[in-house]
Each structure stands twice: as C-alpha cells, then as structure tokens.
Write a protein that binds this ligand. Structure first.
Ligand SMILES: C[S@@+](CC[C@H](N)C(=O)[O-])C[C@H]1O[C@@H](n2cnc3c(N)ncnc32)[C@H](O)[C@@H]1O
Ligand code: SF4
Ligand code: SF4
Length: 494
C-alpha cells in the first residue's frame, strides 16, 4: 500500500509556518517516465533508489525513496517481487517529478509568514533548561508600547509585500514571558486584529480571569507550558526565581480554558518527567486540551544538557504517551493530538500538509519564520536569541530588508541534510530534517552536524509507518488534517 497526498492549492497558505510565494507552482503528475531512458530496475542508473526500511511490523516493510520522500508499505513476503515489478517501478518514475517539485516547494519555495516576537527579555520564572540566558530573564530589556506598535507596523509592511493577497501573517508573542507586557500586548492585539493572526506562548502564571476573557474572546491562539501531571514533577523544572512551583496555577488556567479550542500545551521532556509522559497525557486529556507537544529538551545551554533524556528512554516514554492518547480517544471519542508527532505523521502521508517546520531541512528558521527580540534584533529562530553570532540586524534600523541575506540567516536557512555526515545517506532524511541547527551548533560548534535526538526521529518514523500499516493513523492526526488535501498517488499491491 502506498499513499501520498498533497494540499489543494487554495488551502495552502496559512496552514504552513511559511507560505508559497506569489508565483508558486503547482505539483502536477505527468504520464510515464520523465526520462524515457531511465531504468525500470531500482537502484541502477536512473532507476529509483528504493531503500527497504524495517519498521518493526510483523507483516510489512517500508520501501523508501529518500530523495523524493516517497514510501510504500510492502508485504515482507513479497518484497523481492515488488522490487522486480516494472509496473510498480514505472509508477514511482511516473510520480517522481511531482514528488520532487512538492519537496522542493517545501524546502526552498516558501516565504516567511510568521514571526516569534519577544516583547520583553524578562521572565518571572527560572526554568532549569531555558534557552534564554538567566541574567536577561532577570534584568533584561522591555519594549515600550510605542516601540511595539512601531515594530508591528514595520513587520506588517514587510509581510504585505512578501505574502500573497489575503494571507494574514502570524505574530506569536513569545519570550521570555510575554504576559509581563500585558497592557502593550492587548492594545496591539486589538489595534492590529484585522491584519494579523495573533498567538501568545506563555508560562501561564500571569493569566488572570480578565486576561483569559480578553484573549479567548479575540480567538487568540494560546500556548501554555506544563511539564508534569503533578506539582512534584512540573516543579522540578519549572519554578520561580525564588524556587516556588507553578504547577497548580497553570492547571487552574487550563481548567478555565476548558472548551476553548484554540489552545495547546507544551510539555518539555527531560530526565525529570520522562516517566510521567503517560500521566501528562491523561491530565491534559482530562482537561480537554485539544493539542499538546511533547518536545524533547533542546540542548542549547548547559542547564538543558543536565536534564537531557537518553534517546532510548525518550522513545519508550514518548511512544507510551502516544499509545495512551489513542486509548483515551477510543474510550471517550475525544482526541488529544500530540502535535510534534502528528507533524512527522503528516510528513509521511501528506508532506505539504505539515504545519511545523522543525523536521524538514532546511528547517523553517530564517525562511518560513524568524524571531525579533525586545531590542528589535532579528534572529532566524527564538532558539538563537541567546547565542552569539546569529543576529541578522535590527528591525528598527531597516534590518528586515536585509536580514535574510545576512551570513547569520543564510547559514541556518541553507542548512541541508544532504551536507550533514550520517544524515546525507539516511533513508528518512526528509521525514526528520536533522533538527535542530541551534542545538547542533551549541553541542558540536558546527551547524553541519546532527542534533541530539537521532534515534528519537528514527523511532517516530517507524511508529508512523506501523500505524499506517494498521490503518490507525487518523487517530493521531487533527480531525481536519485532510480537508485540504487531495490524493496524488495511491497504489495497492495486489
Ligand atoms: C522559551 S518559552 C517562552 C514562553 C513562555 N515563557 C513559556 O514558558 O511558555 C517557550 C517554550 O520553550 C520551551 N523551552 C525553553 N527552553 C527549552 C529548551 N532548552 N528545550 C526545549 N524547549 C524549551 C519552554 O518550556 C516553553 O514551552
Ligand atoms: S521556559 Fe518560559 S517560563 Fe521558563 S524560564 Fe524560559 S521563558 Fe521563562
Ligand atoms: S538525525 Fe538521524 S534520523 Fe535524522 S536525518 Fe540524520 S541520521 Fe537520519
């Protein structure tokens, strides 16, 4: 069985953290081999490079063509037969051009459509793994309301030029802790409501009743952070500068958000909560949170490396949490989508329907989105804000016109799996993307290296393919995931 979907053109912008440029091209299928002399034998000459990948399933193996991210599930007993079947290979040829165009669009053809905006360097918390330097979170710069409005005007002018007509850019207030600048933020959200899709990523400790009322009545996307199912677990990593825990406060806010469909929770996975991921899923599902992320801690700064989970343990805890989410869905009919896994699954079944741009290379940093700090300095992604050498100019000094051409942005936005040792020969390189450049740079002093969690990506891919083999994938995807897609290639082996 082989399946691959592509979005309908009209539904593409906005679904991405990055949007097709105005002169976007459409992937179309073409009859026959694009090169009539191409071999019908896999792995010879211009025949398709089909790599068998063990997915840990009793009955099926995957065949993957790494360059085009084509895959097919093949009965183990018939693997040799399928590889020698000219009609199968012919069909792979037939669609190669369309698949290549699709991947090229995703990898090289998108324009920025989102900005992570830090209105302050300060934060009321001191999480052990935070990638933002502690001194800045304590005493850093704050942006005035005037400066915030000025910044948004500059950004809007840029996005109007960059994006196709009718596509609104996303501005995600991020941080440090954006809710420390609540007054300025709320004025901006009301002032620019017609032109911007707003989001707020917050630690949740400063969301009083009126703030929740304000944000939900304006349909703002809300992201909260919570690392455990119990105070004794969350508070190991997330606490105030004086060491007080925040678990109960955040759970209280999630109670208040029950029924609001536009919110999500990030759980940062570390050695401290690895054994509790099932508990986290149960808690969030019980609170009717629609979406969560179980993000392994990025090892950019020393504090994060101290709580880095070993890959193999991470895989066990993570897959158990995914299975529990599925069980709860079957019991209640209500989904808790684990968005970082859903994105890998989408990368497999419908590459251009993926919504996050971390697990593709180049990643979305500096090409689909970028970050602005409280001084107006521009970075390819928030993860680079605390790192030296990755600033690409200043927003208030005209930097937005040039930042995409600076060495800082280019180095990140052109980082490709094909130039990374080990990854260049990896069958699943376009489902993984070798994240994350900031992590690779800080771990190895080199962007052209793998990040921390290679095995984690391998196992997510294998799990995704097992789900597909068992017809279970829809349970792990958002309900509307295929509303905007059309099947471009479907084959069932007789
Ligand atoms: C930097 S915070 C900013 C917004 C807000 N203060 C919050 O905590 O949600 C955004 C998210 O990044 C996560 N984060 C911080 N440092 C991280 C790291 N080293 N690796 C992975 N995630 C991290 C946090 O847990 C949080 O969910
Ligand atoms: S993760 Fe968020 S809440 Fe925690 S210290 Fe960093 S900015 Fe503050
Ligand atoms: S990080 Fe690992 S799984 Fe990802 S592309 Fe590189 S080798 Fe493959």
């Amino acid at each position: 069985m082989t399946r691959r979907l592509a979005p309908l053109e009209s539904a593409m912008p906005g679904d991405f953290q990055g949007a097709p440029p105005d002169d976007r091209h459409r992937c179309g299928s073409k009859d026959g081999r694009s090169d009539p002399t191409a071999s019908l034998y896999p792995n010879i000459g211009a025949g398709p490079a089909l790599v068998p990948v063990d997915i840990g399933h009793d009955a099926f193996t995957a065949l993957v063509e790494p360059d085009t991210a084509f895959w097919s599930l093949v009965s183990k007993e018939r693997l040799a037969e399928v590889l020698a079947d000219p009609s199968f290979v012919g069909q792979v040829h037939e669609h190669a051009e369309a698949f290549t165009a699709e991947m090229d669009l995703l990898r090289f053809g998108l324009v920025p459509s989102a900005v992570y905006f830090n209105p302050t360097e300060r934060c009321n918390l001191n999480c052990t793994y935070c990638y933002l330097p502690e001194q800045r979170r304590l005493r850093g710069v704050r942006m005035s309301q005037g400066r915030l409005f000025e910044a948004l005007e500059i950004l809007l002018e840029f996005f109007h030029r960059a994006l196709p007509d009718g596509v609104r850019p996303q501005v995600i207030f991020h941080g440090a802790e954006p809710m420390l600048e609540r007054r300025a933020l709320f004025s901006a959200i009301d002032h620019f409501a017609d032109e911007v899709v707003f989001g707020v990523q917050t630690n949740g400790t400063l969301l009083a009743h009126e703030a929740i009322e304000f944000l939900t009545s304006r349909r703002v996307s809300l992201g909260l952070s919570l690392d455990g199912s119990l105070p004794g677990i969350t508070d190991r990593t997330r606490r105030t500068h004086s060491g007080r825990g925040v678990h109960d406060r955040v759970v209280g806010v999630l109670e208040a958000l029950r029924g609001y469909e536009n919110h999500a929770v990030i759980c940062t996975v570390t050695t401290e909560n690895l054994g509790d991921l099932v508990g986290v899923v149960e808690l969030l599902h019980g609170l009717e949170v629609p979406t969560c992320m179980l993000n392994p801690v990025r090892c950019t700064l020393q504090g994060a490396r101290r709580v880095r989970p070993p890959d193999d343990d991470l895989v066990v805890g993570y897959l158990a949490a995914l299975e529990r989410a599925d069980e709860l869905y079957r019991e209640t009919g209500r989904k808790l989508v684990v968005a970082n896994f859903a994105n890998i699954l989408l990368a497999v079944v419908a590459p251009t329907a993926r919504r996050l741009m971390c697990d593709i290379s180049p990643c979305g940093a500096g090409r689909c989105f970028f970050a602005v700090d409280a001084q107006g300095d521009l970075f390819p992604c928030s993860e680079f804000i605390g790192l030296s050498g990755f600033e690409g100019g200043n927003l208030f000094a005209g930097g937005l016109e040039h930042c995409f051409d600076t060495d800082a942005f280019r180095a990140v936005a052109t980082r490709r799996v094909e130039t990374i040792e080990r990854c260049r020969g990896c069958a699943i390189r376009h489902f993984c993307g070798a994240p994350c450049p900031a992590e690779a740079h800080e771990l190895h002093g080199d962007l052209e290296r793998r990040g921390a969690y290679c095995r984690f990506y391998e196992e997510q891919f294998r799990f995704a393919l097992r789900l597909i083999a068992e017809g279970r994938e829809d349970a792990f995807l958002p309900d509307d995931w295929d509303a905007a897609t059309t099947t471009v290639f479907e084959v069932t082996h007789p």
